[in-house]
Design a protein. Sequence first.
Length: 391
Amino acid sequence: MSLYTVDTTNKILEPLGITPLKEQNLRERDDLQEWLVSHPEALGEKLLIIQKEFDGFDGTGERLDLLALDTQGQLVLIENKRDDSGRDAVWQALKYASYVAPFTSEDIINVYISYLSKYRPSDPDLDDDAYEPDHIESTASSLIERFLGGNSDMDWMTMLNPKATQRIILVAGEFRKEVTNTALWLLERNIQVKCVKVTPYVLHGQLLVDIQQIIPVPEASEYMVRLSRKDAEVKTLKERESSLAQMRVAYWTQLLEDFQNRNFDLFRNVNPAGAGWRSAGATIAQCNYNLIFAQKELRVELEFATSSTEHNKKLFDFFYARKAEIEQSCGLHLHWLKLENQKLSKIVISTAVDGYNKEKWPEYIQWHFEHVQKFEQVFKPYMKDAYQVIK
């Protein structure tokens, strides 16, 4: 990107000359760093600077240019290079990120207290007393809380430095290919790195500075955020499904062991692994007794699931014609689901439960046992005659 002056009379552009910062006798710490402290929004987002020249890494003599918080409570490590990023900029920043990863909310507040005590940044809402030893801790806490939005519905301290969220911003006049390639590689792996290019110009003796985010390109940043959120959502759903699958296996394992101890053989050869139901044959081929275990419901079903829709409806009609005597015999009020627009038909009994409350599982297993046993007892005598309907 270049900046131009416009000659409106002759309709031409005149490029401004780029000048390295070192030729203007400007330094990383005394100049570039102070520009960012006074106006962190130049980096393309709202940031709260909580320390500069941070050297609080245990066991090392290393020094981070700027440490900040973003509006999500994530720590942001800012490394400045006056003209050239150097080859090791990313590696250096990654080391710093690893050093601050264990920081607690108390650590962060103490870092900010040290910064406020030493530099006393101007704030129209604060008076000099706010920086005195008796008040500095509450000042630091209130400034962080205000920066994070003052959300009274959430303890703001729990927002600070979530696991694996540390971010890196590299600032330089030029970025070497080794640095940009590594930054892009890290971004693909959800490690948040941003490269910001500082280009100085001189116009009529006045120094101008163009500060542009080059990685990721600003147009892609929002898209990448959405992708990251989507990936996180998918990951959460997969983790939840995996957890639910493990819970179902645990329930079915207990249930099948219980049935075996009762010498109830209907589900003897059924595997506990799999989905939220278990099936056993009901004499007629492709007709099953089903047990269903869900978060809010238990069910027992007699399902007519032959390859023929017509046969399934005929079987349903056969039993429905005997509905009164069947319900009187088993003492249950059943749900008769012919499902005209579907291939299957079924007869169902269900109950509402808190399925994932493991303390209740013995009750739920007992309910499943009692009702599937009643189903087998009441429907089995009809099976031979029912088969003749579809033979």
